[in-house]
Design a protein around this ligand. Sequence first.
Ligand code: AQP
Length: 333
Amino acid sequence: TPRVFSGIQPSGGLTLGNYLGAIKRFVDMQDAGAYQTIYCMVDLHAITVWQDPADLARNTRELAAGFIASGIDPEKSILINQSQVPEHAQLAWIFNCVARMGWMGRMTQWKDKAGKNAENASLGLFAYPALMAADILIYHATHVPVGEDQKQHLELTRDIAAKFNHDYGVDFFPMTEPVIEGAATRVMSLRDGSKKMSKSDPSDASRINMTDDADTIAKKIRKAKTDPEPLPETYDGLKDRPDARNLVNIYAALSDMSRNDVMAQVGGQQFGQFKPALADLAVEKLSPISGEMARLMQDTAEIDRILARGAERARAIAAPILDQTYRIVGMVR
Ligand code: AQP
């Protein structure tokens, strides 16, 4: 069976962007039954920018609770915390020696996050995509469900796999395919339709957090930036209206409807009518998840047990692949 791997950073609370762009797809791929699915809290990635230790631990457990509450079944999928499977970091070192400085310097996430102050960014932030390639390839995973922002990192993963295979004259690491599907592959900020919804945006009003209560969700949607025009009759009519288009995409993704079906239903409506309907839908879909997350967080020992068990299962796959990699490279075993 083909293997699926994906991860999320425990660098803050989960957003609606993470849920629609990533976790909801993770659940779909798990339930499709056609793949072995491995999902990861990437704590080693999170510390590429400063994380308060107590926050990191809490965010890691809360993220695990978010996965499970959203429908990831730790029996069907392997649910892990990255640092508990040391093979990720071990393979990342090999990939640090395969990847080129120039490749890394072209990554838009690096440029965005390091900004003008690259001299002061961590070395880990620069090497981030090599660790991500290792996360995926340590399992020989071939399918990676992600949001659109991760497309470039997945191309780099293929470049690393191809260069490794070429340099060592082997056909060892597979070419991975990004799986970027659905109506909400890029959920935008509620305050600015040209910016990605992000857990690190300083404005809390820009995002919906998975832990927001019903009133907060409704208020954020009511205040979301829009324009004065009513909704157009077709999706095409949203081309130059990023804020409105974002709300329609969110509606489509939450309701599992196609964008065209949504437009057939809401075309012509004023935002005064559409926003409350979107708020009701968001509360209906998200409240059960946040309720279940809160329940799971009352027993963190159980979460820790699930992650320990996941790490054991993951290492059974990863250790032999790391061992083979070392042999290919010429490390004496
Ligand atoms: N706005 C989004 N729309 C669709 N998908 C998104 N993802 C993130 N934001 C959106 C997807 O969620 C997965 C995990 O992301 P991550 O936590 O590893 O890192 P990120 O992309 O850096 O997430 P944030 O929320 O933007 O965090 P910060 O603010 O810390 O950078 C990925 O599959 C991503 O595509």
